[in-house]
Structure formats: structure tokens, C-alpha cells
Design a protein around this ligand. Sequence first.
Ligand code: F3S
Length: 395
Amino acid sequence: MYLTKEQEKMVDGEKGEVLERMFRLLVRLGDIYGADKMIPIGSVQVAGVSFKSIGNPGLNFLEDYAKKGAKVKVLTYLNPAGMDMEDWKELRFPKDFAEKQIRVMNAFGEMGIVVTSTCTPYLAGNLPRFGEHIAWSESSAVSFSNSVIGARTNREGGPSALAAALCGVTPNYGLHLDENRRPHVIIKVNAKLKSNSDFGALGYFVGKQVKNKIPYFEGIKEANTDQLKALGAAMAASGAVALYHANKITPEASLMSTRGLEIIDVEDEELKETYDKLNTGDRPDIVILGCPHASLREISSLADKLKGKQLKRPIWICTSRMMKEAANRMGFTKIIEKAGGKIVADTCMVVSPIADMGYKTTGVNSGKAANYLPGFCKQKVVFNNLDELVKGQLI
Ligand code: F3S
């Protein structure tokens, strides 16, 4: 791989131990995937933030790097942490867990990373442009930035994203290259898509079918950005789809040829079967929305449904700290809290210890959450649209 003089200095350890180790990691990755060079990146999103996922070894590693003076070179955001960093006591997150999570965040902060934890950085001040090279980790954010924005990123692991942030570059391979962004299979959508959960169900079904191929959707008549994030998140979770195109909707679709590709049809029947498959519980102890993290539009539509009502069982909606601030200003937080619900920032149901908090069945409108909750959080799942989920929790 071609390296500049500056980059050679990093490999040789002339820029310190941290940069040597991090840059060597990027070189190894580039060698494995046949990268010709390193490319500068506009931003990074680092996964591996929840103490639940990284444990003591991860915490020690981060504190060690922070102590050695590691500093990021580009705008870097974090994936969700294991708890709401402000309201964790009120939400009954365990104290020993909270202490470790705070240390994780402090270590990231010392490295110059923006300590806001979200899987929708593009809604919270980290918005790449079309064609920009970035190094993001979280699979739904990778899908959204590649597909809906047209930025370019591989799905980075936590360490490779941190390495990219500290070095300011990433190896040039995979989805950074034009030839790897072409579709492999056409998904002809004949099913009616009404709610965001329908998009999640579609994504879950397609991810299972195409695994890590690039799908090209035909027949999606309309979709807002919340629905596109739900679609991409579910496909990335049930398969490993890091990029999709949707005719007349996503920015690179018109540049792609689909001639001769295999076609998979999706009818109402397939969506119904997906709902049946994902529903493993009967009555949610808690409904958790915001997977991926909710936009202001999603928070406002929950507030609309809860206005003047009272909940008998809780509803949380997870989002970024920035969205929560906006929701506070708009009065949505007050409405939701008055009904007995909660806007939870910085974390999500999958990376927080909800099983330890006594919940056994969780209601969700996200195909991605429905995919992960049984395995990661020992939850039974009720997967449905927002209207039905809210109705079921009201007095
Ligand atoms: Fe985000 Fe957690 Fe879902 S990271 S995409 S809310 S599983």
C-alpha cells in the first residue's frame, strides 16, 4: 500500500506509541482487503461505547489511551452508551454500572470525541455530504449514510473506527470504491407500506434474503427519512446490508444499472409472515421506541398520541441528547412525561441492561430491535406499529 512520508513516520513510531499501534491496525486492515492507499475522512462514529459491551478490558484500554494523550483528528461521535448519562438514577440504572459508564465517557471525552452518544449522528450535528469518505461503525448509521446520503463508509469495528479517528484516514477499499457500490439484486416491493414498522418488517425480510448483497428497491412509492432509517437498520441487522438503493428515492439509484439482476418479489404476505415471526410475546412490560434513535418527527408523533392520556405501563423513546433538547423546547418532553412516558437520551434498549431492570417483554416498532432483543437482552418481543403499541399501554 502506498504511504505518504507522514504516514510512514506513524508506522515507524516517530509519532508516538498510540499512533503507531493505531496506524498499523489500519495498514493491516488495508492489506487484508487490498487497499491501494489511505484516504482522508470527514468524520468518524465509534461503536463499543456501552460498558455492557466493552466491559473492564475495554474501559482499561480507553483510559490507557486517554492517559497517553491520544487525540482525534476529525469530528468523532459515539454510538449509544449503556444508560442515559443524566437521568440514569431516575431510570433505575444500577449504580456500579453507571460509574463504569461515566469513566468510559470521560476517557472518550479526553480524546476530543464529542461525548454525545447516538446511532443517528446525521440528525445530531454530524452530517456528511454526498460522496464524502467517512469511517462509521454502527450498522444502521452506516446504512443510512451510504444509502440515503450517498456518503461512503465501510462498516467499521470499534477499534478500526477509533484508529481512523486518531489517524484521520481510512484504507481505500470496499464501499469507498465506485465498483463496489453497484446493486446485486432487485427487490420488487408490491406490499403496501404504511407505518414505520412496515419498513422495519420489509428490511428484516430483505436482509434475511440478501445477506450482505446490495439490494435495489423498486416499487417503494414514498418514504420519509425515518422510514428509510428503519428499513436500513433492519436490513443491516437481519442480514449485513451496508448499502441499498431505492429507485427515485436514494441519490445513487439513478446512476446504477440493474440489467440482468435477480428479482425478489415482496408481497403483503411476506410482510405478514415477518410480523408473525418477530412477535414472540403477548403483552409488553414496557414499550421502547427509537431504534434507530428517534428523530424530532417521531418524538412529536408520540407526544401527539399521548397528549392528555395516561399510561398504565411505561413507554420510552430513545434519542440523542440534541433531539431531547429540541423536544424539551417544543414541549414534547412535558407531554410525554405527564402521561407517564420518558424520553431517554444517550442509550438504547439493546445496549442498556433492561433485563437486569426487571423487564421481560418489550414492545417495539423497529425490525432491528425485534431482531436483537431476544438474544442480547433476553426479551420476548411485541413487534407492531406505533398506534397499536401506544394503545396497548394506555389506561
Ligand atoms: Fe441504535 Fe440501539 Fe437500535 S444503537 S439502531 S437504538 S439497537
